[in-house]
Design a binder for this molecule. Structure first.
Ligand SMILES: [Zn+2]
Length: 148
């Protein structure tokens, strides 16, 4: 589905790390995170390089965290755009299209029982994300857009 909607995230035209791929030029944005979110959630970067489709749901998830007083539970931002296979598997991770994010990775490792609260998880799931902490292969740090 991602390949159908966004295409393959890499190409052989971009030869240096400074050169965007066709995918990046079309679908990616350097999102300036609103300042009030950075103040409330200090681990969130000031700018996030992500898929344009991620911006609205991710801002909604951050605002849910703030509105619900859960700021202290968002401890680390662990990345978004990363062209790679799912760990240990041969299919591309949704990080490859920058429609997935990882948070609180140190306490929610792949295959480990997640430690984040159901209230924090709900901030994301109610904003349009699926949570990796419900998968057969537990990935508690991971949230991805549930619909593209
Ligand atoms: Zn992830």
């Amino acid at each position: 589905m991602c390949i159908k909607k966004y295409g393959i995230p890499y190409d052989d035209v971009a030869t240096s790390v400074n050169e965007n791929t066709a995918f990046e030029g079309k679908h990616m944005i350097l999102w300036d995170v609103p300042n009030d979110i950075n103040i409330e959630l200090p681990c969130v970067p000031n700018r996030i390089y992500c898929n344009k489709d991620l911006v609205v749901p991710l801002e909604k998830a951050f605002r849910n965290i703030i509105d619900r007083g859960l700021q202290k539970e968002l401890k680390t931002w662990d990345g978004c755009f990363n062209i790679r296979n799912k760990r240990g598997l041969s299919s591309l991770s949704l990080h490859s299209w920058a429609i997935a994010i990882d948070i609180n990775a140190a306490w929610n490792g792949l295959g480990k029982v997640p430690t984040m609260s159901r209230e924090l998880v709900a901030c994301f799931t109610e904003a349009g994300f699926d949570w990796g902490g419900t998968w057969a292969r537990l990935d508690g740090m991971h949230f991805q857009l549930s619909k593209i």
